[in-house]
Design a protein around this ligand. Structure first.
Ligand code: AMP
Ligand code: TRP
Length: 335
């Protein structure tokens, strides 16, 4: 049995990319594996977060987990700051990872923007904390979207270097679980940019708390090119020249669990308005119940917080002995 770990930041605007690229897969993994899913509040504060919002956002991610089908009896669900081992092991990894490795991280370059000097040090060492999240539990598999691949390679490098430096097979070398489809959902306004929580345009994404009207309006307004829906005669390379068209096909495919060639067989050559109508229908059908259940759960703060606190207690029980073993290997004097 594999041990699965993944995290989602409580930074608001949970969207379809988070659902299809990550949360939906968390759910399908939970019946066969031991799963640990974390709302990573300490990662969130690597860029400014309003303290009055972070609790709401943490509850919102938790509600999205539960509404999508995660069962707190099967999967362990908690918020990161409650389990001190993440930060402790994160510090150790700050001393294992090399500056050169972090300098290659593309997400830092994107998030830090033009004036890198002003970015927080936390944003720079973010991948080390992510490695600590995973390895605090000696997790073996990590389901994420494509954008996290480089961070998982860094996690492997950290584990490998630690094991080599201390001459012990202590940390596992984790495998990423990046699904072939829907691992990179693109913006509805620009097929070359990924759908993201921080895009200034709300029309760029379908939020998990959008109602049927908002879903319909956003899909209708989604950018396409002037050609009809691509038919099966198109080759893979055409994806690059028609990114918006393939993004809509990809979204339809993932929401409806139907292969892209089948969708092309049904819609190829037709105007995009026809595919959009069908997409609106399936999006409302699949996302509507999740939204409704999220709202119900968010009305019951005590329940959500109970899930997080019970999850944190179980998480600490797993992470503490691993941290103790780690400190022993490092040679620290302990109680
Ligand atoms: P974040 O919102 O950055 O905490 O991301 C949470 C999870 O959603 C991670 O596994 C990401 O890789 C995944 N994710 C975020 N945006 C997208 C996207 N546009 N397409 C697919 N997966 C995504
Ligand atoms: N960096 C991830 C993201 O932005 C979130 C994350 C933090 C994570 N720690 C993790 C994902 C550990 C997987 C495993 O999407």
């Amino acid at each position: 049995m594999a041990r699965i770990f993944s995290g989602v930041q409580p930074t608001g605007n949970l969207h379809l990319g988070n659902y299809l690229g990550a949360i939906k897969n968390f759910v399908s993994l939970q019946s066969q594996n031991e799963c640990i899913y974390c709302v990573v509040d300490m990662h969130a504060i690597t860029v400014w977060q309003d303290p009055s919002q972070i609790a709401n956002n943490t509850r919102e991610v938790t509600a999205a987990f539960l509404a999508s089908g995660l069962d707190p009896k099967k999967s362990l669900i908690f918020n990161q700051s409650r389990v001190p081992q993440h930060a402790e092991i994160g510090w150790i990894f700050n001393c294992v990872a090399r500056i050169g490795w972090l300098n290659r991280m593309t997400q830092f370059k994107e998030k830090a923007g033009k004036i890198r000097e002003n970015a927080s040090v936390g944003l720079y060492v973010y991948p080390n904390l992510m490695a600590a999240d995973i390895l605090a539990y000696k997790a073996t598999h990590v389901p994420v979207g494509e954008d996290q691949k480089q961070h998982l390679e860094l996690t492997r490098d950290i584990a490998q270097k630690f094991n080599n430096d201390f001459g012990i097979e202590f940390f596992p070398i984790v495998e990423s679980l990046i699904m072939k489809s829907a691992s990179r959902i693109m913006s509805l306004r620009d097929g070359r940019k990924k759908m993201s929580k921080s895009d200034l345009s709300d029309f760029s994404r379908l939020n998990l708390n959008d109602d049927a009207n908002a879903i319909a309006t956003k899909i209708k307004k989604a950018r396409t090119d002037s050609m009809p829906v691509p038919d099966g005669s198109l080759r893979g390379g055409d994806r690059d020249s028609r990114p918006e068209a393939f993004n809509l096909l990809e979204i339809y495919s993932a929401l409806n669990d139907q292969a892209i060639p089948n969708i092309q067989a049904a819609f190829g050559g037709k105007p995009f308005s026809v595919l959009k109508e069908a997409l609106i229908e399936v999006a409302v059908e699949k996302l509507g119940p999740i939204r409704k259940e999220m709202q119900r759960l968010l009305g019951d703060k005590a329940y959500i917080e109970g899930v997080l606190s019970a999850g944190a207690e179980r998480a600490r029980k797993i992470a503490l002995p691993i941290r103790d073993d780690l400190f022993k290997i490092l040679g620290f004097i302990q109680d």
